[in-house]
Design a binder for this molecule. Structure first.
Ligand code: KG4
Ligand code: ZN
Length: 383
């Protein structure tokens, strides 16, 4: 910049040449804040259900993302809460150790620890909460409590996460506020109006089963192991989605219901097996494709209604079911037909992970929203 321009700017400052001190102070504050914020290193810990996870976050990027699943539940056709908390106890130390090691970060370098406070299984949550509290106390660093469902949505702000696209072919890195997020997991199904990183309103929710539960229960009915969602997705790949029809629920507003679909599916399989004992094996891919299409159609019809009514075009999906191939491809088509800007997370950030907890903790850190040592887990934790 030319010296005369700098001189003009300084003279134009309130206080003339004396204003240089103000400018210096302003610049040094800005720079120290900027570099300080960029050096924030957050350890995220997730233990709300059956995945023990830890991740390290620095400068908007995830340095490591370690997830230990729990095979023990497969034999039971669903998560056994007591087994889950025992497995978390066994896994948490090695998982955190591995996350720090892969990130090449020493625990003494951590700025803060973020953990899932809820919602989730109480016994599982307690393991992560207690571990985070003890570690933060030992290191004398702040604690950040995170809502698991908000974290699923905030995963969209991880740099380099997933696919974004717009109907007009332009790419945006992150969704713009306000946006709508369809959060679909094993325990929750919600349409969320996201006004800011930490300001969210649930405008639609399931009144009974979650979408992931519907996938898992349908899978169980046809003899697939838990969690059945990914398996239905896989088997459906070669099937005809129009082979069988299942009823859609008639629920007002943006709310969902999946228990009727599950019952209809159960009776459909029972009745067909009576006629042909090998019905499932003979039609497995068509059955999977048809039930998958039903669940996805139900999810998207309400999302389309919410988008039309609110006029919002930035549309995101989150949660384990967001990994579903059919949901993802249908959303790609809606991008064109509805002119939506769509945000589809990478699969590793759809299912439970601690990277999303770490980034949610980062936004809490920026607001100075720290938790103290009296914090505890909450199985039901609305936002
Ligand atoms: O978010 P998540 O990992 O855990 C919860 O917070 O619940 O979601 C798990 C759910 C399970 O019901 C699982 O079957 C489902 O997400 N899921 C899928 C797929 N991948 C995971 N459902 C359908 N298709 C998939 N590809
Ligand atoms: Zn989840």
């Amino acid at each position: 910049m030319r010296e005369d321009i700098i001189a003009y700017m300084i003279v134009s400052l309130p206080g003339g040449w004396q204003g240089i001190n103000t400018l210096h102070l302003y610049l040094s504050n800005f720079l120290s804040e900027y570099f300080c914020l960029n050096e924030i290193i957050i350890l995220g810990i997730e233990s709300s259900c059956d995945d023990t996870a830890a991740a390290v976050f620095l400068k908007g990027k995830i340095l490591s993302n370690v997830v230990a699943g729990q095979e023990v539940h497969k034999a039971y056709g669903g998560v056994v809460p007591e087994w889950a908390s025992r497995a978390h106890q066994k896994n948490i130390v090695p998982v955190v150790h591995q996350a720090l090691k892969s990130a090449n970060i020493d625990k003494s370098e951590l700025t803060a620890i973020a953990f899932t406070k809820g919602p989730g299984l109480l016994g599982s949550l307690l393991v992560g909460v207690s571990f985070a509290k003890a570690m933060a106390l030992g290191l004398n660093i702040p604690l950040l409590e995170v809502n698991h469902l908000q974290a699923h949505i905030l995963a969209h702000f991880i740099k380099g996460n997933g696919r974004q696209g717009t109907g007009d072919g332009k790419e945006k890195e992150f969704p713009g506020f306000p946006f709508l997020c369809l959060t679909v997991s094993g325990g929750h199904t919600q349409i969320v109006l996201v006004k800011d990183h930490l300001e969210m309103e649930v405008i639609g929710r399931t009144i009974d089963d979650a979408a992931g539960e519907a996938f898992d229960k349908a899978a169980k009915i046809i003899g697939l192991p838990y969690p059945g969602g990914p398996l239905i997705d896989k088997v459906a790949a070669g099937g005809n989605a129009l082979a069988f029809e299942f009823p859609h629920p008639k629920i007002a507003s943006y709310d969902y219901s999946f228990s009727g679909i599950k019952t209809a599916f159960l009776y459909f399989i029972r009745d067909n097996i009576k006629k042909e004992p090998d019905f499932i094996n003979m039609n497995k891919s068509d059955i999977c494709a048809s039930i998958q299409k039903t669940i996805v159609d139900v999810l998207l019809n309400k999302l389309i209604a919410a988008a039309c009514d609110t006029g919002i075009k930035d549309i995101a999906i989150a949660g384990g079911v967001a990994a579903n191939s059919h949901l993802r491809s249908e959303l790609e088509s809606l991008k064109k037909t509805q002119g939506w800007h769509i945000y589809i997370p990478a699969r590793k950030y759809c299912t439970d992970n601690a990277a999303m907890i770490a980034i949610a903790g980062y936004y809490k850190y920026l607001k100075g929203a720290f938790a103290d040592q009296s914090v505890s887990a909450e199985a039901r934790y609305p936002f």
